[in-house]
Design a protein around this ligand. Structure first.
Ligand code: 6PG
Length: 236
């Protein structure tokens, strides 16, 4: 499903609303909400909006378990840390209990060992997985031509990437497939080519890893969607 919004602010508001709606439904159905956060900068505004009037959603946040799709191999207080971004954007505001925050320890001496530990901690079927997409079509820290794209058994792997910082711990396609719902947030003209490649009739995940989640819920602004054909929109 693809939903296109006028601008980044509207996209962020709708994303925050959707996250809360899904969370409240999970709380009603199962008494908890297992949320997997994306990194990068796109979700920052949506995360901040989650903190708005948080007192009215106290029961939700008290029963939310937070995980990450990937993490850079840096200290948790490093400005490049995905955990740090989420903590500053909303985790501190909504006062999610510390025991409910399951960060990937990017600072671990051996990222391969941490990836193994994290996939044990990761829930078998998280309720909602948030993802972004890079200008090259990567998602999480699954970059084009990464060997992690062909991983069949592991849910998390330590990888070397062409990005900064290069060392990452990332969810794999098998880990992504565990999620009940997947929501991809995309904003900006610079993502239009990558988005076009995700929904193009021909292509492959080695070239465009985000094709793994082409069937997910895509929330994007008009700039990011500018190269999507009408046919694709009608079909979705
Ligand atoms: C990361 C993310 C990554 C991100 C995209 C988009 O750790 O950086 O997992 O996949 O979602 O690179 O990043 P922006 O939102 O900053 O454009």
């Amino acid at each position: 499903m693809i939903r296109i919004f006028q601008d980044y602010q509207t996209l962020s508001e709708m994303a925050a609303q959707a996250i809360v709606t899904i969370g409240l439904q999970c709380l009603e159905d199962r008494g908890k909400f297992e949320l997997v956060l994306s990194g990068g900068s796109t979700p920052k505004q949506a995360y901040s909006l989650l903190g708005r009037q948080w007192e009215h959603k106290r029961r939700l946040w008290e029963n939310t378990q937070v995980y990450w799709s990937d993490e850079r191999c840096v200290l948790p207080d490093d400005s490049r840390s995905n955990f740090m971004m989420a903590r500053q954007s909303f985790l501190d505001t909504v006062r999610i209990p510390a025991d409910n925050i399951h960060r990937i320890h990017g600072e671990a001496d051996d990222p391969h060992v941490e990836a193994k530990c994290y996939e044990v901690e990761f829930p078998p079927r998280p309720d909602l997985l948030l993802l972004g997409i890079g200008t090259d079509g990567h998602t999480a820290s699954l970059f084009p031509h990464s060997t992690a794209l062909e991983e069949q058994t592991r849910k998390f792997l330590a990888v070397q990437t062409p990005a900064e910082p290069p060392s990452r711990i990332t969810i794999t396609p098998k880990g992504i497939a565990c999620a009940s719902e997947i929501m991809v947030l995309v904003s900006g003209t610079n993502k239009a080519n990558a988005v076009q490649q995700v929904f193009a009739e021909t292509g492959n995940i080695l070239e465009t890893p985000a094709r793994i989640v082409h069937n997910a819920i895509w929330l994007m602004d008009k700039e990011a969607a500018q190269k999507i054909t009408k046919t694709i929109l009608i079909e979705t």
